[in-house]
Ligand binder design. Structure first.
Ligand code: DLL
Length: 432
């Protein structure tokens, strides 16, 4: 049932004790890095000032900009010959952020990933196909090491090349896939073209993450593949995947609190929100040698569950990420997240597997929101009046959710650029 029962079901008070021990050790270690030494000294904070878990509030937040400013190695807390690997974030803007790992860090990470996979139901006899890109992106090697750790056969397929992926699944009896949700939808389309029912592949589960997706998309994927889809959460700054994962209850994401301290803050004020309230996730590594990061502002918006999970694990759970604070769109003065639109359209049976949100300005300088939606050929049979009806249905459903009337452009399946990794869902053409 558990990969590491003692840790996964540890009493909350023991978990807190362990967190404090590890936080104190981490703060002392972080102080060895030029970045944190300077930061602590500038406010007169000493590592020994962290005496209780609440003292974490004395430590300033670390942001993505800090990581960029510390590039390449000012946050390194061990001698330069200690790390055995680096990874980097997938962000396309600005300087990359780089994370160093010692041998022990890789080991701890592989164990965390192992825990996640086991928790979702994977076992040593399973065959695991890793369908995300390898290299600096953490999704490749992170999952790879975790699956190997407990003896599953790993197929390091990488992203893309759909026909080959399908052949590998069939020829080697793959049972679990790691894949971005947008790529899983694309593969579903390709399978349909090949007249292979996704449910005939012998798969047992999908691990989907690395990008936001809605509960409706999960349901859609589960209907297509007829297997459970587990939400996998992580970010390079905190190792990569393996920070949090869903258990078989599939009710949101357990965060491994023996490795991370979880806070949810109001992104505007930086103050903690009340339990259960939505806010920005802030994470602190408490079991990492090479590059400890204290109070990292993830920009991911979520909430903390108050109740313990039925699965028996005592580690806190966070809700599905609804988006990033920097993903929020303001259209005609209304704040909205792309995930709200996705959640609505994926409930509509005539909607196919891909969509895109385009925002531009009309000649009258008004914001215009267009949602391009691929339709599902199985449901649509080519009557113009049907098209109009579907368009109206989608428009109405979105308006109900976000209060803004969008334009709806219906497209043939496979018209939008297919996603083989993280999907680009929003095109904002306004010059703002
Ligand atoms: O995407 C690590 C990862 C790889 C996670 C594979 C899961 C699976 P980055 O490239 O640094 O790392 O991107 C991290 O992706 O801050 C979130 O905004 C987003 N993200 C990751 N997982 C989820 C998820 C990897 N399950 C950023 N739901 C994070 C929503 C997610 N957003």
């Amino acid at each position: 049932m558990y990969y590491d029962k003692a840790i996964e079901t540890m009493k909350r008070e023991d978990l807190k004790k362990l967190q404090l021990e590890r936080l104190q050790k981490t703060v002392h270690a972080a102080y060895q890095s030029p970045f944190y030494k300077k930061r602590f000294d500038s406010i007169g904070l000493k590592p020994k000032d962290i005496r209780t878990l609440e003292d974490i509030y004395k430590i300033p937040f670390t942001t993505k900009d800090d990581l960029r400013a510390a590039y390449p190695d000012l946050m390194l807390a061990v001698p330069k010959n200690q790390p055995v690997r680096i990874h980097s974030s997938s962000g396309t803007t600005g300087r990359a952020t780089v994370i160093f790992f010692t041998k022990k860090d890789i080991d701890v990470w592989a164990d965390l990933m192992g825990r996640c996979l086991y928790m979702a139901g994977m076992r040593p006899d399973d065959v695991f196909q890793n369908m995300v890109s390898y290299g600096l992106f953490t999704g490749g090697l992170g999952f790879h090491y975790g699956a190997e750790r407990f003896g599953s056969m790993v197929i390091p397929a990488g992203g893309g090349n759909t026909a080959k992926q399908i052949t590998l699944i069939k020829d080697f009896g793959t049972t679990y896939l790691h894949i971005t949700p947008s790529y899983a939808l694309h593969i579903a389309y390709e399978l349909e073209q090949m007249k292979i029912p996704a449910s005939s592949l012998g798969l047992k589960g999908l691990f989907c993450g690395a990008e936001p997706y809605s509960e409706s998309t999960r349901k859609k994927l589960e209907e297509i593949y007829r297997i459970p889809v587990f939400n996998s959460y992580g970010l390079s700054e905190m190792n990569g995947p393996g920070v949090g994962f869903e258990c078989q209850e599939k009710e949101d994401i357990h965060i491994w609190e023996d490795n991370y301290i979880v806070e949810i803050i109001d992104p505007q004020t930086g103050e903690a929100v009340l339990p259960g309230e939505r806010g920005e996730l802030v994470l602190t590594t408490i079991n990492r040698e090479a590059m400890p990061i204290l109070r990292y502002r993830t920009k991911d918006l979520t909430f903390l569950h108050k109740d313990l999970c039925k699965c028996g694990r005592t580690h806190a759970k966070i809700g599905r990420i609804i988006g990033r604070s920097d993903d929020m769109l303001i259209v005609r003065g209304v704040n909205l997240f792309p995930s709200q639109i996705e959640a609505v359209i994926m409930e509509i049976p005539e909607v196919g597997n891909n969509y895109q949100i385009v925002i531009d300005r009309s000649d009258e300088h008004l914001d215009r929101l267009t949602v391009k939606v691929e339709i599902d050929n199985k449901v649509f049979h080519g009557e113009l009046k049907d098209l109009k009806m579907i368009q109206k249905k989608i428009k109405h459903a979105i308006k109900e959710e976000i209060m803004i009337q969008p334009e709806i452009e219906l497209l043939e399946p496979n018209t939008l650029p297919p996603s083989e990794g993280k999907a680009k869902r929003v095109i904002d053409l306004r010059n703002i």
